[in-house]
Design a binder for this molecule. Structure first.
Ligand SMILES: O=C(O)C(=O)C[C@H](O)[C@@H](O)CO
Length: 269
């Protein structure tokens, strides 16, 4: 039986070759919404465990739903934490994004967390875990690494200063730049488009390209997204389910309600 039977290809496969992968955030915690986004035709979905109402259970169901569509799910954890990483891997998240990785030591800790001993510290629970399809994936323990993609987030001024060491850490499959937190840490809270922030993002992209390490970024403004694509990012997030719904529902209200009304529905509605 070929290895990896029943498991999707990891995000790292082919990453950095060919055109950039374009994706969106899945933040509602709702499998139906994620299913709608999974059928969008986009390349990848980022299921968010950091700023969204997602639990281990809701992420697990969304991965099952997304598996029916030609889209690659990546899951962001709330923190760079060995126990959480074990739980996310075991529920079947193969592609992990770890937030707030500021130096090579923190990157190495994330690498150790995704690897079984002797190469790391991941606890062994494959018989109980969807990761190994309850031990139906022949040889999973010896080859789990092949099924996992580890992406780390560069999103502070400190991380930008250390970007070459972070990107070059053995076992890191790519870096993902977070302009919102980066802007905040540079003293420009809420100003992801500030020229110094954009310049720092572009510096990180250039360093990663020089090292041959795949690099991604978040950019909701189309002009900025296109700028980062031109700079050579390999994967990008260009929108979010919650943001699309918020803006589209506001546009509906603006279209049909007389201007000046707040659009609140009657109490009995
Ligand atoms: O700092 C960033 O940018 C990110 O990490 C992405 C944000 O979390 C995303 O929610 C957009 O604000």
């Amino acid at each position: 039986m070929p290895f990896r039977v029943g498991l999707p290809a990891p995000f790292k496969e082919g990453l950095g070759s060919g055109r950039a992968r374009v994706g969106m955030w899945a933040c509602t915690g709702n499998p139906l919404v994620t299913e709608i986004c999974a059928g969008s035709g986009l390349d990848w979905l980022l299921i968010d465990g950091e700023h969204s109402t997602n639990s281990l259970e809701s992420i697990s169901v969304q991965l099952q739903v997304a598996a029916g569509y030609p889209i690659q799910p990546v899951v962001r954890l709330p923190a760079n934490d060995t126990v959480l990483i074990k739980q996310y891997l075991d529920l079947g998240a193969q592609n992990l994004l770890i937030p707030m990785v500021d130096d090579a030591g923190q990157a190495a800790a994330a690498v150790a967390a995704v690897r079984y001993p002797p190469h790391g510290v991941r606890g062994v629970g494959s018989a109980l875990a969807r990761a190994a399809r309850w031990n139906r994936v022949e040889g999973y323990l010896g080859r789990a690494d092949e099924t996992i993609t580890l992406l780390v987030q560069v999103e502070t001024a400190q991380a930008v200063a250390n970007v070459a060491e972070i990107a070059g850490t053995d076992g890191v499959d790519g870096i993902f730049i977070g302009p919102s937190d980066l802007a905040a840490s540079m003293g420009y809270l809420g100003q992801q488009e500030h020229p110094e922030v954009v310049a720092a993002v572009e510096r990180c992209i250039a360093v990663a390209k020089d090292l041959g390490v795949p690099v991604g970024v978040n950019a909701f403004a189309e002009a900025t997204a296109r700028r980062y694509l031109d700079a050579g990012v390999d994967f990008i997030l260009v929108g979010a389910d919650v943001a699309l719904l918020a803006r589209a529902s506001e546009a509906l209200a603006a279209k049909y309600l007389p201007s000046g009304e707040d659009g609140a529905a009657p109490a009995s509605y």
